[in-house]
Ligand binder design. Structure first.
Ligand SMILES: Nc1ncnc2c1ncn2[C@@H]1O[C@H](COP(=O)(O)OP(=O)(O)OP(=O)(O)O)[C@@H](O)[C@H]1O
Ligand SMILES: [Mg+2]
Length: 376
């Protein structure tokens, strides 16, 4: 295990994952890469580390466009457009003047109206074109495609990274009589950038395992994608990390029993230990488990119907007894329950194997407390 300083804090190495990503970027882009994993396993932190610490040193080779849709309120098609495009309005004209040399592209008919992005996220674009996109008279994906082609022709490989892509769910394309979903069109576009034209690398991240489960079972997308499970840390890493923090082996085993390898939970433990004057490990861990028990109890309210609540209880029992339960997408009741409890970070589905497990070790502990309590 290596400890790296990143953003003025501690970053525990993710060497295997890093090697996987960097090697992949060296090859021709063939498919979309979906990175998924339990809540708070460190997906976003990892990809931002790769962008800021690794890819930024290879600017001459890669053009990186990173967007985290959790940082925007995507309420309709226009708000999506606003993420990728920056319309130059009257008040931005001074900016336009400064940028003029960068507006020498992009494709003949639009020459002078779309900028080649240097660094950041937005493609600056004339208000005319932006409005045409809003009306859906101009295909925004065609514009992005042409921009990326231009970038590629300058010898840099475009890398599009999209975090929390499930935020685009349920948004329709503007002015489309066929009422197509934005996300469907977006994915079609991403397939064209990878499998069809090999123009760009696409890395898609999501914190929703149910969303990945849907994609995995959508044969069109599954064929054109690769899935990478970004899991919590293993025992060895946690042991080394906590040894460095002065924990005894006995304490480490207790922490592992309660928190497993979730970096978020471990960081919380460390900051509580440093802040609380009368910190006591056992009672801290028990309290954390009680909090999760409470979360499960509350979720029963959201499950609403008794049939669903009972199913959820049986599901938890199976996972505790067998280590996992099996996903069965034909089982409507299961899907209804998973829709709620995955969203609440209680359960997690491993798309490739169809195993349903707890989202984290502490959640499993909370479930044990919950089940013991209702038995009485
Ligand atoms: N390698 C690491 N070393 C140290 N801390 C980490 C590491 N990875 C993640 N963390 C910390 O764990 C927390 C959760 O990380 P992050 O938000 O990246 O998880 P995530 O998998 O993207 O979560 P979500 O499922 O909500 O999207 C953050 O506070 C982050 O700083
Ligand atoms: Mg994240």
């Amino acid at each position: 295990m290596r400890k790296i300083i990143y953003r003025d804090g501690l970053f525990i190495d993710r060497d295997d994952e890093e090697k996987f990503i960097l090697e992949r970027l060296e090859k021709r882009s063939e498919n979309i890469l979906f990175i998924y994993g339990p809540k708070s396993s460190g997906k976003t932190n990892f990809i931002e580390y790769i962008v800021e610490e690794k890819l930024s040193k290879k600017r001459d080779r890669f053009y990186v466009n990173y967007i985290n849709f959790r940082r925007y309120a995507i309420v309709n098609y226009s708000s999506f457009l606003n993420v990728y495009f920056f319309p130059i309005r009257e008040e931005n004209k001074p900016f336009l003047a400064k940028m003029s040399d960068k507006f020498k592209l992009v494709f003949d008919s639009l020459r002078g109206e779309v900028s080649l992005p240097e660094e950041g996220v937005n493609f600056a674009i004339s208000l005319n074109l932006f409005e045409a996109m809003e009306r859906n008279d101009l295909d925004q994906f065609k514009v992005i495609f042409e921009v990326l082609k231009k970038i590629k022709s300058t010898g840099r490989v475009p890398v599009l990274i999209i975090d929390e892509v499930q935020e685009l769910k349920d948004i329709y394309m503007n002015g489309d009589i066929k009422k197509r979903y934005l996300l469907t069109e977006f994915f079609k576009f991403l397939v064209s950038l990878t499998k069809e034209t090999h123009l760009a690398h696409i890395i898609v991240l999501t914190s929703s395992s149910l969303f990945i489960d849907e994609i995995y079972n959508n044969s069109n997308l599954a064929q054109t994608s690769e899935f990478f499970l970004f899991d919590h840390f293993n025992y060895e890493v946690i042991r080394e990390w906590l040894e460095d923090e002065g924990f005894s082996l006995e304490e480490i085993d207790l922490v592992w029993e309660y928190l497993g390898g979730c970096p978020f939970n471990i960081l919380n433990l460390l900051s509580n230990r440093d802040i609380l004057p009368n910190f006591e490990l056992k009672s801290y861990l028990h309290r954390e488990a009680m909090l999760m028990r409470g979360k499960i109890d509350f979720t029963m309210v959201d499950l609403d119907k008794e049939e669903r609540q009972d199913y959820f209880i049986e599901l938890m029992k199976t996972i505790i007894e067998n280590g996992f339960a099996l996903r069965n997408s034909k089982n409507k009741l299961q899907t209804e329950v998973l829709n709620v409890v995955i969203d609440k970070d209680i359960l997690f589905v491993r798309a490739e194997t169809g195993e349903i497990i707890f989202n984290s070790q502490i959640m499993k502990k909370g479930a044990e407390l919950y089940l013991n309590q209702i038995k009485r």
